[in-house]
Design a protein around this ligand. Structure first.
Ligand code: UDP
Length: 236
């Protein structure tokens, strides 16, 4: 599979066309961005780690019945994916209070929730990805009601599968963000990535943060933390 013209360049990824109009190639870069692009930097080695972590977790979800955009990993940083029309929603699932939820409800980070919470952010950088609910999503016609029902089912199922898997690696899945797209035939697929950029991973024993918060909050050690996640996932 050969890379053709570049279609898009984002904060942490570049996307290329291929000979097949249904397939594209994503290249993960070391670019890091937070606070809707207001904080920018790099995390050395991140692209190759996120590519491999995300593909590993997507394969696991696919095996357990959640359709994904994944086709095959091409190289350390490149993966062939199915082209999908993206639904402009960030679907966030939370098991433990952290980040913006902690600020919003005034509860300390680390408070375990009685049941998982699903939130939507409307994907719009200029607006700062405002939080909306499912009624907004339907009223704004971001997707069809049946599609939203599928997305919610997949998001909660992904939470169960990922939590169980990560627990085995002494990683507590605090929260994460998913994005979905539709294929040409209308199938809803899990798209984008699942990585320390898009999840909060806390070490079960020490509570150490193994994710993007190390960059967002200038804690240092992001490179090592990302490497640690990959190591635990692939070296068993
Ligand atoms: N998240 C993400 N991209 C975003 C916003 C959030 O990947 O644009 C992830 C984030 O890494 C965390 C979860 O979604 O795992 C919940 O994030 P939160 O709403 O707490 O926002 P934050 O505090 O990260 O701004």
């Amino acid at each position: 599979m050969e890379r053709k013209e570049q279609l898009y360049e984002g904060k942490a990824k570049k996307v290329y066309a291929t000979d097949d109009p249904q397939l594209i190639i994503v290249e993960y870069t070391d670019g890091a961005a937070a606070f809707h692009g207001r904080k920018k930097g790099t995390i050395a080695g991140k692209g190759s780690i996120n590519n491999r972590v995300s593909n590993d977790l997507m394969r696991l979800l696919e095996k357990q019945g959640i359709p994904t955009h994944l086709v095959e990993q091409l190289s350390d940083r490149e993966t062939v994916i199915r082209k999908a029309q993206m639904i402009p929603l960030k679907v966030i699932v939370r098991n433990v209070v952290a980040g913006s939820l902690s600020t919003r409800i005034g509860m300390p980070e680390g408070t375990r929730l009685k049941s998982p919470v699903l939130e939507y952010n409307y994907k719009d950088d200029a607006l700062g990805d405002p939080m909306i609910n499912r009624f907004h999503a339907l009223a704004l016609d971001l997707c069809a009601p049946e599609e939203l029902a599928t997305i919610e089912r997949y998001a909660f199922r992904a939470n169960d599968i990922l939590r169980t898997r990560l627990q085995q690696l002494d990683i507590d899945l605090i929260d994460f963000k998913l994005e979905f797209g539709r294929l040409a035939d209308g199938t809803i697929v899990l798209a984008d990535e699942i990585s320390p950029d898009t999840c909060r991973f806390w070490d079960t024993e020490t509570g150490e943060r193994l994710d993007m918060d190390r960059f967002r909050r200038d804690m240092g050690g992001a490179e090592d933390a990302y490497q640690e996640v990959l190591h635990r996932l692939l070296e068993e």
